[in-house]
Design a binder for this molecule. Structure first.
Ligand SMILES: Cc1cc2nc3c(=O)[nH]c(=O)nc-3n(C[C@H](O)[C@H](O)[C@H](O)COP(=O)(O)O)c2cc1C
Length: 169
């Protein structure tokens, strides 16, 4: 079974999750792909595709990576500035659903909070001035994320996927 962990990470938050998922895969048949270094997606049986949420979605580079996947199984992972509520995750999954390759088995999404860059904090407050207090609270909570607990949960997510796949084999 071949695995590919593919990600895009602007400030490094999602990279931490990608690396943890990659380390969790107890095999030598695995690749870690940074989409800012290469846009080429290797052939694999199981793909973990991750990104930092920017402007409520992923970038075209991540969509382009999904487009190259024509078979196998996909699990998604992401980090976001907002609190990672179930509804937030469900909305993200819904918008990504149309980009999911046909014939590929979708294995679910891991989402956690990530610290937001200073410039972006300012922009988000400017866009939503009425929610300044809430946003500042959110940034305060987020400033240590992804933390150890997030990394452990990412590992649990990957382990659960591996167990599910073994169960299907
Ligand atoms: C330009 C920009 C846009 C962002 N837009 C959003 C957004 O729409 N929703 C959100 O929850 N977080 C947003 N964030 C916060 C990022 O999702 C968060 O910092 C994430 O952990 C970044 O991950 P990365 O460093 O791996 O790219 C934005 C950050 C930047 C820099």
């Amino acid at each position: 079974m071949k695995y590919a962990v593919i990600y895009q990470s602007r400030s490094g938050n999602t990279r931490l999750i990608a690396e943890r998922i990659y380390q969790t895969l107890d095999t030598s048949e695995k690749e870690l792909i940074d989409l800012d270094i290469t846009s080429e997606v290797p052939k694999a049986d199981v793909y973990f595709v991750g990104f930092g949420v920017h402007d409520y979605f992923c970038s075209i580079h991540v969509l382009n990576a999904l487009d190259q996947i024509t078979s196998g199984r996909i699990g998604l992972f992401a980090t976001c500035g907002y609190l990672p509520a179930e509804q937030y995750k469900a909305n993200l999954e819904k918008r990504l659903d149309v980009w999911m390759p046909e014939g590929v088995d979708y294995l679910g999404m891991f989402l956690c909070q990530g610290k937001v860059e200073a410039d972006q904090k300012k922009k988000m407050i400017e866009q939503l001035p009425d929610r300044e207090k809430e946003l500042k609270h959110m940034f305060k909570i987020g400033k240590t994320h992804p933390d150890q607990e997030d990394l452990e949960e990412a590992e649990d997510f990957a382990m659960a996927i591996l167990e599910k796949i073994e169960g299907l084999a």
